[in-house]
Design a protein around this ligand. Structure first.
Ligand SMILES: [Fe+2]
Length: 422
C-alpha cells in the first residue's frame, strides 16, 4: 500500500480542526450568554463653586473606567437653602456601554454625608445609613445595549452633596452574535477553511502532475534505450556498446561536476551517438576483416548520418553534435570535419573517450579486449592528440579505480538489455 505523505495527515488535521471550529461556532450561536455584573465605581470629584457647593447642572465629570462598561453619574440639577439644611435635586443615569442588555440591576449610592430623601422617581429607593439603594421598577429594569437609564431624587442634607461613589450589581444578557469578536472568529475560520481546501486542491493537482512527469520521464528513458537497442542490434560486433558508452559518459560527467540534469542528458546523447550506423550497409558494418579505404569512408559516414537522423531532435541540447563529432580528434585529425581542441563540443569529446575505452575493453571478432595496462598506456599516449587531455585523465583515474572489474560484474545486466533477434 502506498505510504501517505506527512502533508496528507496535516491536511486531515487541518480539515478536522475546521469542522470542530464550525461545530463549536454553531453551538455558541445557539446559546445566549448571561453574565453577572458586580462593579464599584468612584467618579472623580465634581468641580465645586467658590462657596464649596456642587454647581447646579454641572457637566458630567471624568471617572475612572470601571472595566465593566457601566458608567454611573449623579449631578445636581438644582439646589436651595432651607432654614436648617439644603435641598437639592439629584439627577443620575446608568450608561450601558456594552453590546448586551443589562437587567435585574441594583444600585447602591454611597453618600458623603447624611441625607433624607424627600421624593424620588424611576425606581424604588431605600435608605440605610448613608447608603441609598435604588432598584428598578418594571419600566426601568432593562438597560438596552449602548443605552441609558435615568433615575433621580430630591434630598435634604446639611450641605449639597457631591455624590460619586456607587456599587452596582446586575446581569448582562447577550446573544453571542452581538459580539464583533464572534464574527471575527467566523471570518477567520472561513478564511482558514478556504486556505486549507485550496492548498489541498493544489497539493493533489501537484501530486498528479508529479506522477505524470515521472511517467513522461520513464517514457523518454525507455524510448531512448529502445533506440539504443535498435542501433546495437544492427551492429552485431558491438552489442551493448551504446549502453556502456552512455554509462561511462555519465560517470565522466559526474566527475566533471555536471549537475543531475546535465548528466542525464549526456547519458541520452551517448546512448544514440552511433545511431547513424543504421545508414551503413551491413556488409561494411559487420565485416569480419579489415576495411578497405572505400569501406572505411562509408563507415565514417555514420557520424553524418547520425546528425541527419537526429536533426529534428531539439529537446535535448547537444544530441546532434554528440552523433556528428564523437570521432573528432583533439589534434584535429578526426572526422567528419577535422575540428580540434575545445572547438569539438564537450559532450562529443566525452563520448569520444568513452567510445574508445569501450572499443579497447571489448572483444572483437578479429581480436580480444586489451589488458588494463595496455588501455591505460593507450589513454596516456593519446591524451592531447586523440583525446581531450583532461577527460583522458578522468578516464585513466576511473580505470585505475577499478572500472574494468566493475564492468565485468555488470556484463550480465548489459547483456540482458541487448536484444538478440536471431
Ligand atoms: Fe561511432
Amino acid at each position: 500500500m502506498k505510504k501517505k505523505s506527512s502533508s496528507f495527515y496535516i491536511y486531515i488535521i487541518a480539515l478536522a480542526a475546521i469542522l470542530i471550529g464550525f461545530v463549536i461556532v454553531f453551538f455558541i450561536w445557539r446559546h445566549d450568554v448571561t453574565q453577572a455584573i458586580n462593579v464599584k465605581i468612584v467618579n472623580d470629584a465634581l468641580p465645586l463653586t467658590d462657596e464649596g457647593k456642587v454647581p447646579e447642572g454641572e457637566a458630567v465629570p471624568e471617572h475612572k473606567d470601571s472595566g465593566e462598561n457601566i458608567d454611573i453619574y449623579v449631578t445636581v440639577s438644582k439646589s436651595w437653602k432651607n432654614t436648617d439644611d439644603f435641598g437639592a435635586q439629584y439627577d443620575g443615569f446608568i450608561k450601558n456601554n456594552s453590546v448586551a442588555v443589562v437587567y435585574n440591576w441594583s444600585l447602591d449610592i454611597n453618600l458623603p454625608d447624611d441625607g433624607t430623601i424627600d421624593s424620588a422617581w424611576n425606581g424604588t429607593y431605600e435608605t440605610d445609613g448613608r447608603t441609598i439603594n435604588v432598584k428598578p421598577d418594571e419600566n426601568t429594569n432593562m438597560i438596552a445595549p449602548e443605552g441609558m437609564q435615568t433615575f433621580g431624587f430630591v434630598m435634604l442634607s446639611p450641605e449639597v452633596l457631591d455624590i460619586r461613589d456607587f456599587s452596582f450589581t446586575g446581569h448582562r444578557f447577550a446573544k453571542i452574535t452581538d459580539y464583533p469578536m464572534f464574527w471575527s472568529m467566523v471570518v477567520l475560520l472561513i478564511i482558514w477553511g478556504i486556505f486549507v481546501i485550496t492548498s489541498l486542491i493544489i497539493h493533489f493537482r501537484m501530486a498528479k502532475l508529479k506522477q505524470q512527469k515521472l511517467h513522461d520521464e520513464m517514457v523518454i528513458d525507455e524510448m531512448m534505450h529502445t533506440f539504443a537497442r535498435i542501433i546495437d542490434v544492427k551492429d552485431e560486433s558491438t552489442r551493448g556498446h551504446s549502453l556502456r558508452v552512455s554509462y561511462y559518459s555519465k560517470m565522466i560527467g559526474e566527475k566533471m561536476g555536471m549537475d543531475e540534469n546535465e548528466v542525464k542528458n549526456l547519458g541520452y546523447i551517448a546512448l544514440v551517438h552511433d545511431c547513424g550506423k543504421i545508414g551503413v550497409p551491413d556488409l561494411v558494418l559487420n565485416k569480419a576483416g579489415a576495411l578497405t579505404d572505400e569501406e572505411r569512408k562509408e563507415m565514417q559516414k555514420h557520424t553524418v548520418y547520425g546528425g541527419k537522423i537526429l536533426s529534428g531532435f531539439d529537446s535535448i541540447e547537444g544530441i546532434i553534435n554528440g552523433a556528428i563529432y564523437h570521432h573528432e580528434r583533439y589534434d584535429g585529425k578526426g572526422y567528419p570535419e577535422g575540428i580540434k581542441g575545445k572547438d569539438i563540443p564537450l559532450y562529443a569529446r566525452i563520448i569520444g573517450v568513452a567510445d574508445s575505452f569501450d572499443a579497447m575493453n571489448s572483444d572483437r571478432c578479429y581480436r580480444k579486449h586489451l589488458s588494463a595496462e595496455k588501455i591505460l598506456e593507450e589513454l596516456e599516449n593519446n591524451a592531447g592528440t586523440q583525446f581531450d587531455p583532461d577527460i583522458a585523465q578522468i578516464m585513466i583515474k576511473m580505470v585505475k579505480d577499478g572500472l574494468i572489474e566493475e564492468m565485468k560484474g555488470k556484463a550480465d545486466i548489459i547483456s540482458q538489455e541487448v536484444i538478440k533477434l536471431k
